[in-house]
Design a binder for this molecule. Structure first.
Ligand SMILES: [Zn+2]
Length: 178
């Protein structure tokens, strides 16, 4: 797995640690096939200014491009973040990062399962059937199902909030049989 940064001001090590903690807390440490699948992914951390709206169709034009957002595709996650080292910005950026990472993790666990959207989202209306790895993250996001993560970095504690998908996946130490 690669994490590639083209931002200029973010604390790369802090973001790397946070991303790795979120990802690997969702796989059992003996789950080699998923580790191998995870290895195929690249996570791009870019600044908001690098987003090129022209490559995206009009259906997603209601995204606020001035705010951090992300896209999860085939073996790649791209996050467009506020390129600012402030600690409050770290928290809002990580909400975007963990949202996309949750799509990625559920795509690895549930590649073909379908789900129903509980609320309208950027792409579709409430009641639409789509990939579970898409609908489930958006349903939980709307329902404020979040979980707090703590990172110790350079002697300081940094916390961030991520979508809570812990009941439908394994954890590093617990194999729930998923
Ligand atoms: Zn999403």
């Amino acid at each position: 797995m690669h994490i590639e940064f083209t931002t200029k001001n973010l604390d790369v090590l802090l973001y790397q640690k946070s991303i790795l903690q979120y990802i690997y807390d969702h796989y059992h440490h003996k789950d080699y096939p998923r580790y191998m699948e995870q290895d195929e992914w690249t996570i791009y951390i870019k600044s908001l200014g690098e987003f090129n709206k022209k490559f995206y169709d009009d259906n997603i034009a209601n995204i606020n491009y001035k705010m951090a957002h992300g896209v999860t595709g085939m073996n790649e996650v791209t996050c467009y973040l506020d390129d600012n080292p402030n600690n409050m910005i770290f928290r809002t950026n990580m909400m975007v990062v963990t949202h996309e990472l949750a799509h990625m993790i559920l795509k690895i666990y549930y590649p073909t399962k379908k789900g129903i959207l509980n609320q309208d989202d950027t792409y579709a209306k409430k009641g639409s059937m789509r990939n579970f790895f898409s609908t489930e993250v958006h349903n939980r996001w709307e329902a404020d199902m979040n979980r707090m993560f703590d990172i110790n970095h350079k002697g300081m504690n940094h916390s961030f909030v991520g979508v809570d998908i812990s009941d439908i996946v394994n954890t590093r130490n617990i194999n729930r049989g998923f």
